[in-house]
Structure formats: structure tokens, C-alpha cells
Design a protein around this ligand. Structure first.
Ligand SMILES: Nc1ncnc2c1ncn2[C@@H]1O[C@H](COP(=O)(O)OP(=O)(O)OP(=O)(O)O)[C@@H](O)[C@H]1O
Length: 220
């Protein structure tokens, strides 16, 4: 079930030779269930680090991350990624080259029954407009088609939250524009809570219900 996201007073930093390299301090973000939020800002301001912290790949130094009522990260708590119900879609489509589109989309549904899995995969291939392409392998699909399969795969397990990190940046301008609109409509129709990371203000405007402008952390 899709859920709201609540990040409060988040502090993120990496160990560096000269001590802690702080990336974010006191970062807050609230995204209501079903909304698409965009993190917009220059390279190095910490957009991907926020996604990694939400997904559970980065420990938080302080603050908390809640998804609905569930505390994902906070003082004394760090749920492992596989228990977070967070889906991801990145710029390199990350499809398994040796699996067909059907098998790629069904990958996160390995624990469902065969009948349930087939129903959900067919439903999602239709949603992303690739109902006829199920038997194809990634190399037989265009970049835009591969990215739509990656979206179907990310949506298949019905994540509480979907993270999209520069998902369109490998595509040519025309495909990028078309896919931005298509993905927005698919997420809206699914009522999916999502966070889009981008450098592109136009893309953020098109996709998002709310935009969080991030700036590089400056020591005071
Ligand atoms: N694993 C890591 N170890 C140390 N420093 C890191 C690590 N990952 C990121 N950083 C640093 O953290 C800061 C934020 O990086 P991050 O990738 O989150 O920024 P970003 O806004 O997503 O940038 P981009 O738009 O270029 O992807 C940068 O200064 C980066 O060098």
C-alpha cells in the first residue's frame, strides 16, 4: 500500500580522512500519500544520498525517516532495505539482460503464486503500454521501452514508496519528454507516492506535486 513519507531533522554524512563529511543537516521533507515530490538541486547537494538513506543503504547520523506509521531509520532503528517496501528506478535501467521483459517485471514477485504473478505482470505490461513485448529481451527493446519495463518492475510488488533517480537522463530529448509525461500519468493513476531526483527544473515541474529545492551543505 502506498504511504506518506516523513523525514525529520535528517543528518547524513560520510566518513572522510579529515573527519566526517557532512552532506545534510536538519533536512525535513513531508510527502503525502499518493503525491510525487521532486528533489531538485546541483550536483553534489545530496539528492542521491537522501534516496539511499530512504532505501536503507545509508545509515542516518540523526533524525528520522517514517513511511506511513513505520519508522524506517531513527535513533536505534535501521530497517534493512528488503523490509522497507521501497521500490527503485534508476537511470541505468538495471534490467537483467538474460531475462525476458515478463521475467524482469516478475522478478520481485518470486514469492507469489504463478497465477498471481502472471496476472500482475500482464497488468503492468499493459499499464506501461508494452503488452505485446513480454517475450522480448532488453537488447531487443529501445531505451524508452527498457525504462518502461524498469518502471513496471519497480511497481510490481506495490511498493509503499517509489524512488526515481534521474530515470530519464540516458534518453534522447524527445523520448525523455514523452516518458516524463507517461510516467507521471502512470504514477498518478496508481496513486503511487514517489520521489524523483533530477537536475532538470522542467522535468520537476512536469512530474511533481511538490518540489524540494536543495542546496549544497555549507558549514556555518
Ligand atoms: N559513498 C560516499 N562516500 C563519501 N562521500 C560520498 C559518498 N557518496 C556521496 N558522497 C559525497 O556526498 C555529497 C553528496 O553526493 P550525492 O551523490 O548525494 O549528491 P547528488 O546531489 O545526488 O549529486 P549528483 O546530482 O551529481 O548525482 C557529495 O559531496 C559526494 O561527493
Amino acid at each position: 500500500m502506498t504511504a506518506s513519507l516523513h523525514i525529520a531533522q535528517l543528518h547524513l554524512g560520510y566518513a572522510a580522512p579529515k573527519g566526517l563529511h557532512t552532506v545534510l543537516q536538519g533536512f525535513d521533507l513531508q510527502v503525502p500519500a499518493g503525491h510525487i515530490a521532486s528533489l531538485l538541486g546541483p550536483s553534489g547537494c545530496g539528492k542521491t544520498s537522501v534516496l539511499r538513506a530512504i532505501a536503507g543503504f545509508e545509515p542516518v547520523r540523526a533524525g528520522s525517516i517514517h513511511l506511513g506509521e513505520r519508522l524506517l531509520s531513527g535513533p536505534g532503528t535501521h530497517l534493512p532495505p528488503e523490509q522497507r517496501h521501497v521500490g527503485m528506478m534508476f537511470q541505468e535501467y538495471g534490467l537483467f539482460p538474460h531475462l525476458s521483459a515478463v521475467q524482469n517485471v516478475g522478478f520481485g514477485l518470486r514469492h507469489s503464486s504463478k497465477a498471481e504473478r502472471e496476472k500482475r505482470v500482464n497488468e503492468l505490461l499493459a499499464v506501461v503500454g508494452l503488452g505485446d513485448a513480454g517475450a522480448k529481451f532488453p537488447h531487443e527493446l529501445s531505451g524508452g521501452q527498457q525504462q518502461r519495463i524498469a518502471l513496471a518492475r519497480a511497481l510490481a510488488p506495490s511498493p509503499a514508496l517509489l524512488l526515481l533517480d534521474e530515470p530519464f537522463s540516458n534518453l534522447d530529448a524527445a523520448t525523455r519528454e514523452r516518458l516524463t509525461l507517461e510516467v507521471r500519468d502512470i504514477l498518478r493513476a496508481a496513486g503511487q507516492t514517489a520521489i524523483l531526483v533530477t537536475h532538470n527544473a522542467q522535468e520537476a515541474e512536469t512530474m511533481a506535486d511538490q518540489i524540494c529545492h536543495m542546496t549544497p551543505f555549507a558549514k556555518s
